[in-house]
Structures are given as C-alpha cells and as structure tokens.
Write a protein of this length. Sequence first.
Length: 170
Amino acid sequence: MGTHADYRARLKRIQDVLAEEGIDALLATRLSTIGYVFGAFVPWRGAALVPREGEPELYVLALDAERVKDDSFFKDIRPVGPLPGMLMWERITGSIRERGLEKGTIGVELGHSPIRIETFLLASEYEILRGTFPDARLRNATEPLDEVFDAGHAARWRGRDGPPPIRGRT
C-alpha cells in the first residue's frame, strides 16, 4: 500500500500558520518538521529555513546532501560541513540576511521531549541567532507547528470507522 503526501499543501499550511502568527520565516530544526516539509529522512542535525512566502531551503551534512536531494520534494538542499564557507550556522545566517530578515520575526523550535528524540534548537544555536541578529525577534513556533501536525494526523482518519484492520483479520 503506497501513500501520497501533498508537500506543496503541507508547506502552504505551515506558511499560513507563519502568517497568522506574524512570523517572517521558520528555522526548523526538529527532524519531524524537516521530514514533514521536505519528505526526506534526515538522520542527523540539519535545519530548514521556511519563509512565509516562497520555497524552503534545507541545510544537511554534505556527505548526505545528494541522497536527501533525491528523496526530497523541494530541491533547495544546501550542503554543510566543517570547512570554511560550509559551516551550517554561517550559511543559515547568510540566507537570513539575504532575505532581509535580520530585523524580522524568526520562528524557532524550542522545547524538549521526554519520550521522543527531538532536535529542538540548542541553547548555543539560539545564542548564535541572538548575537548575529540582535534586532530580530526569535519566537517559539513549536506549539503552532504541532497543531498543524496534529490536524494532519486527524485528517488521515476522517471518514474511517477506526484504524485500518490488522492483516488477516476483519
């Protein structure tokens, strides 16, 4: 049984939430958010910049960038690594500047999970953003994003009488 995800619709839902919340761009660090937007599995630290309007960009380790690009619906995959000009946070902050968002509102994913391994923004990464963009407003976007994800899960069950049957049982 195959599944189909409408990644353009997913991006639009997130961008609509950004607009409603007054957020100019989302800096997504949770692997679940990255997977939801791009459709690719990223097993290590990565980050996605999702603007309120336009295409998202994803920063992943250079050694896995081509695979992620092949697996992703959106193709703006930017390789990062421990080399001059390829440091993840230098590339991300450069893109934020290029978009003119250094005084804007940037949504970030803050929190913790006692159950799941989540990759919320680290305190050191928050400090990089705060130090680089002292006039920007950093806003926790975790809760409104979770509402988008929860609504998506609920929509998959609409119209069903319950969960799908276990194979071999009716």
